[in-house]
Design a protein around this ligand. Structure first.
Ligand SMILES: Nc1ncnc2c1ncn2[C@@H]1O[C@H](COP(=O)(O)OP(=O)(O)OP(=O)(O)O)[C@@H](O)[C@H]1O
Ligand SMILES: [Mg+2]
Length: 281
């Protein structure tokens, strides 16, 4: 939480808000294929940032790069005021423990029960007695709205929505400050997705989480996200509120936020629009 011992908040020029993740000039490439090109992004403490972009633009790649699962070619990334590159192994582990992750694919280990899945990060980072780990796992299961008997079930015995909740419980296993969610509501029906969004918002409010959420779900963007960042042209091309998106003059952004589906969710006429493409970038 704010004021943790080893935290060095970065002052954000202009806004003075506590930046918990800052990416500067981040370039990621696979061979000659550049996916991210000098990308910049800030995430502020306590916000739910919705990260969108066309399929294949690099949303998951950015998340994996931030988590050091993919190498970057250049640029700096600071998380909770610290740069992994400047840390030794114990310091990296300590920082890793403050992050929670729900991956787009392979959210849970299929050979482990829900309880055992939630305990994976505990076993990796903490040395706790069995009984305490069981208690903690049950607490997380309750926290994400699963029934207590989900604890001993295997992923194959769960519905899609339950798997997402169990994966969220695992992401929360170590009481992180910053959680990365890659399309957490994909595959859920609209009601299940709305409930999941509500859960995220409640957890943010009660635990003070900061949430980085990759999503294609316009409902989520509109109902729970404080800010939106759009990935396009290998960078974050626009970040801000829904109004900022509606006012942004780019064909993909306009199609996305003003398309057929958006019209039933996002209020379109709020004075923010720059008509006739006249509002430049
Ligand atoms: N390990 C890898 N090796 C080579 N190319 C990769 C690798 N991971 C991702 N890519 C490529 O990087 C690009 C961005 O992929 P990414 O998975 O980040 O897309 P995305 O924005 O998350 O898409 P979606 O919305 O479909 O999940 C794609 O062209 C993908 O093929
Ligand atoms: Mg992806």
């Amino acid at each position: 939480m704010a004021g943790s011992v080893d935290e060095q908040p970065i002052e954000n020029e202009g806004q003075g808000r506590d930046v918990v993740l800052s990416a500067r000039d981040v370039t990621v490439a696979f061979g000659s294929k550049v996916v991210l090109d000098r990308l910049n992004l800030d995430i502020y403490r306590g916000e739910i940032l919705g990260f969108v972009g066309a399929s294949g633009t690099g949303k998951s790649v950015l998340m994996r790069t931030v988590l050091r699962l993919l190498p970057r070619r250049s640029g700096t990334i600071k998380i909770l005021g610290q740069d992994f590159d400047e840390l030794n192994e114990p310091q990296r582990n300590a920082l890793d423990m403050r992050l929670g992750v729900l991956f787009q694919q392979g959210a849970l280990f299929s050979s482990l029960t829900v309880k055992e899945n939630i305990q994976v990060p505990m076993r990796e980072y903490l040395d706790l007695p069995h009984s305490l780990m069981d208690e903690l796992a049950h607490l997380k299961i309750r926290m994400v709205g699963l029934a207590a008997d989900a604890a001993d079930k295997y992923p194959s015995e769960l519905s899609g929505g339950m798997i997402k909740r169990a994966a969220l419980a695992r992401a929360l296993a170590l009481d992180p400050e910053l959680v990365f969610l890659d399309e957490p509501t994909s595959g859920l029906d609209p009601i299940g997705a709305a409930e999941f969004d509500e859960l995220i918002a409640n957890l943010r409010d009660s635990l003070g989480l900061t949430v980085y959420m990759v999503t294609h779900d316009l409902d989520s963007l509109f109902s729970v996200c404080d800010r939106i960042a759009v990935l396009g042209k290998k960078r974050v091309m626009v970040e801000g509120t829904i109004d900022d998106m509606l006012a942004y003059d780019d064909p993909w952004v306009q199609a996305y936020f003003r398309g057929k589906r958006a019209r039933s969710i996002v209020p379109q006429d709020n004075g923010a629009r720059h008509d006739n493409g006249s509002g430049g970038k």
